[in-house]
Design a protein around this ligand. Structure first.
Ligand code: NAD
Length: 358
């Protein structure tokens, strides 16, 4: 066995159906009692559900304007309301955007943060925060950013629209894929990554056929937790850097971009990551032992949009994206070379199937 280092992130996880009702118990366990609640405008219904469970007297305040990519001006408005409310903790309920706002507030105010994730993005188990200021996105990692408790309630994911279910699930798979070839990979994270991909690759096609399947919802959320844990534990490579560039520079949607890029990013790294390919091939049932074919087959089954062009990326942006991707050096199992990176981006832009000839 190779040498390795492993650091566990110290969050408490409560998983199941109806678990949102356990939040009062979880807050008491953490010795806090006056929560400030967060959501997006689209999920005020989930916020009302939470208020009903906590009792309106117990809630110090709420803010329902969480926004994608955590703009600092939104955080500052929320922070002023949080401070004025006298809250002693934060409860966020929603996808990565709402979890991000919860992290931005808890790290600024030094308050306990319990989060209830309702997508498969995985932010709830990472000490990472991406924020935008004046249109520029910066990312930092700090143990103080990690939410201290996560309540996964499968019931709340039943309303996740079918298209976002698929792309958010592939976003989670991307964390596990890059964990398998991370520079600081280790045996524990390898196990979580392989099991995360297996669970999601089994659950997502079942959800495409029946979005109301509780069994498949439960398996997908379990896979998302494992894959998010991978993201929070080891470094990410070319796939995440490209998606960050494409999202930040061209305003492309988060989960959809991950979905379009992932098979091509894996194809780019394939010549250098035989161990990761073997682990992925075992977790992806339809590839006949080939991980890239397995991802292609999964995306076909999910019937997701695979072209960045469909999300508004222009052909002339391909060269700009390639320039940004090569101008910012970072570790990747295969060195970053402009021509194959440009071709990777072009294939994702055009929505082609991934091929191992990059
Ligand atoms: P999102 O949080 O922006 O949610 C998309 C939309 O779906 C929102 O309108 C939301 O209210 C709605 N929604 C969420 N759950 C729902 C449900 N169960 N039912 C109905 N509607 C629901 O999308 P996302 O993909 O989860 O998160 C993307 C953001 O998270 C990006 O800003 C990304 O950078 C960030 N992120 C951060 C990390 C990290 O570790 N820091 C990890 C992953 C993603």
């Amino acid at each position: 066995m190779d040498n390795f280092e492993y650091t566990a992130n110290p969050a408490r996880v409560v998983f199941g159906s109806g678990t949102i009702k356990k939040i009062p118990e979880e807050l008491a366990r953490a010795k806090v009692s006056k929560p400030f609640l967060l959501s997006t405008p689209q999920q005020v219904g989930h916020l009302d559900l939470l208020k009903g469970i906590l009792g309106s007297d117990a809630v110090a305040g709420s803010f329902a304007e969480a926004t994608m990519h955590t703009p600092v001006e939104v955080t500052e408005r929320a922070l002023a309301q949080l401070r004025a409310s006298g809250a002693d903790c934060i409860v966020s309920i929603g996808g990565g955007s709402t979890v991000g706002l919860g992290k931005a507030l808890s790290v600024r105010a030094g308050l306990f943060h319990l989060t209830v994730p309702t997508t498969y993005a995985g932010s709830e188990v990472t000490p990472i925060l991406g924020e935008t200021d004046g249109g520029r996105k910066t990312t930092r990692a700090d143990p103080a950013i990690l939410p201290r408790a996560v309540v996964y309630d499968v019931d709340l994911t039943l309303t996740l629209p079918a298209a976002l279910t698929a792309t958010s699930g592939v976003n989670a798979i991307a964390h596990a894929v890059e964990a398998l070839y991370a520079r600081n990979r280790n045996p524990v994270i390898n196990l979580l990554a392989q099991e995360g991909v297996r669970a999601l690759a089994s659950a997502l096609p079942a959800l495409a056929a029946d979005p109301a399947s509780r069994a498949a919802r439960s398996e997908a959320l379990y896979g998302a937790w494992l894959s998010g844990t991978c993201l929070g534990s080891v470094g990410m490579s070319v796939h995440h850097k490209l998606c960050h560039t494409l999202g930040g520079s061209f305003g492309l949607p988060h989960a959809e971009t991950h979905t379009a890029v992932l098979p091509h990013a894996l194809a780019y790294n394939a010549p250098r990551v035989p161990g990761a390919l073997a682990a992925l091939a075992a977790a992806l049932p339809d590839g006949d032992g080939d991980a890239i074919a397995g991802l292609n087959a999964l995306l076909r089954k999910l019937n997701v949009e695979r072209s960045l062009r469909a999300f508004g990326m222009k052909e002339e942006d391909i060269d700009k994206a390639a320039d940004i991707a090569v101008s910012n050096p970072y570790w990747n199992p295969r060195p970053i070379e402009r021509e194959p990176i440009r071709e990777l981006i072009r294939r994702a832009w055009a929505g082609e199937e991934a091929r191992a000839d990059l």
